[in-house]
Write a protein of this length. Structure first.
Length: 378
């Protein structure tokens, strides 16, 4: 498999000196990343920064302290850790230091990459008297009208129609400012799904270990499939408060030899690339970047609908099961394990869907035009 993440995006717009000069002169974004951005959307952030470096856009990245982001950051990017020291009583001093550094950078627009930082970015925008863009990646109900400034919040960016509808209901005054920009990724030239007949079939799921019940029917399906003579490996990637309970459930079911638990790795693509089948065991309340990455690699997806399910087109980009019914989960997995040609064709179709709708070049183009229009109209 040839990893293309560090290659220029296919379909990158041809050089246009006038356009490039305009962007370089008028667009200087300051990106605000949260802990969640770094942990759950590292590939998105890496692709965004790669695309901006290709376009020679100066960028300042504000991110929380305590995270190693060397594998994410690329290009001449100014990284500002905030707060430098995580103590409540020096918050005012830290913010003053941050605004001072940003004033030297001279940003034209602030872009908050996670709704959890909305209130902070509103405060920052008001102090700097700058427009800001708020990205919402989930169906969170914590978004409040106070987090979006009628004066400074120029746009609310979402990666999916389901989230757009949710935001318009939560923030009706900002309904006309909601804009969808699909998260982009690079698509492999090969199909991972059952590409090596001599290899033990493998499945992977990337899901928080916050509730053991999220995995009960999946693990029961694994136990019954192995009892029926199927041989495969299931990789569960995630962390959470129920990790010990998940281990105990695996031991009780006597399937520890068939299931591997690994921590959330960055980039997750290295783990996803090892699988023939990607499983989403429960509806996702946020945009599932792991599913997008698995589809881009040419992995067959077995998922459930509900939540943010825009990527899921039954029998085209994924096969669908009812997570409440173990028999439904087992039947779908058996279908993919039995019909390798069908699974590979499903993977091929989903891979093409990602190529058509989630290119990095298109994402960068839309983001740049958004920043340019925001800075130019404020």
């Amino acid at each position: 498999m040839v990893e293309q993440r560090n290659s220029p995006p296919s379909g990158t717009p041809t050089a246009n000196p006038l356009r490039d000069a305009l962007w370089q002169r008028s667009v200087r974004p300051a990106l605000i990343a949260s802990r969640r951005t770094i942990l759950e959307y590292p590939t998105f952030l890496a692709h965004l920064l790669i695309g901006l470096a290709d376009e020679s856009i100066p960028v300042s990245l504000i991110c929380p302290s305590g995270f190693d982001i060397e594998g994410i950051v690329s290009g001449p990017i100014e990284v500002i850790k905030y707060p430098a020291i995580n103590l409540p009583f020096i918050d005012t001093l830290s913010l003053s230091t941050l605004t001072g550094r940003l004033e030297k950078f001279k940003p034209t627009v602030l872009h908050c990459l996670c709704e959890s930082k909305a209130a902070f970015v509103r405060r920052l925008a008001e102090q700097l008297n700058l427009p800001y863009i708020l990205t919402v990646n989930s169906l969170s109900r914590r978004i409040s009208i106070s987090a979006a400034s009628p004066t400074h919040c120029a746009k609310i960016v979402v990666p999916a129609k389901t989230i757009a509808s949710h935001v318009r209901k939560m923030l009706p005054r900002f309904a006309d400012r909601v804009q969808q920009i699909n998260i982009g990724t690079f698509v492999d030239e090969t199909i991972e799904c059952f590409d090596d007949p001599s290899r033990l079939p493998s499945m992977v799921t990337a899901h928080p270990l916050d509730s053991v019940d999220d995995f009960r029917n999946l693990f029961t399906a694994v136990k019954n499939l192995t009892a029926d003579g199927y041989e495969f490996m299931l990789i569960v990637m995630g962390v959470g408060r129920a990790e010990n309970s998940v281990w105990r459930l695996l031991a009780q079911m006597n399937i520890l030899q068939d299931v591997i638990l690994v921590p959330r790795l960055n980039p997750p693509r290295s783990v996803l690339a090892a699988a023939d089948i990607f499983i989403q065991p429960q509806p996702s309340m946020s945009f599932n970047l792991s599913l997008l990455e698995a589809m881009s690699l040419g992995t067959a997806a077995a998922v459930c609908t509900g939540g943010v399910d825009d990527l899921i087109i039954p029998e085209k980009t994924a096969v669908v099961f009812d997570p409440r019914e173990e028999l439904s989960v087992r039947s779908v997995l058996r279908r993919l394990l039995d019909k390798h040609n069908f699974a590979r064709e499903l993977a091929k179709t989903s891979q093409q869907y990602v190529k058509d709708n989630h290119s990095v070049s298109k994402m960068i183009e839309q983001v740049l035009h958004l920043w340019q229009s925001t800075a130019g109209s404020y």
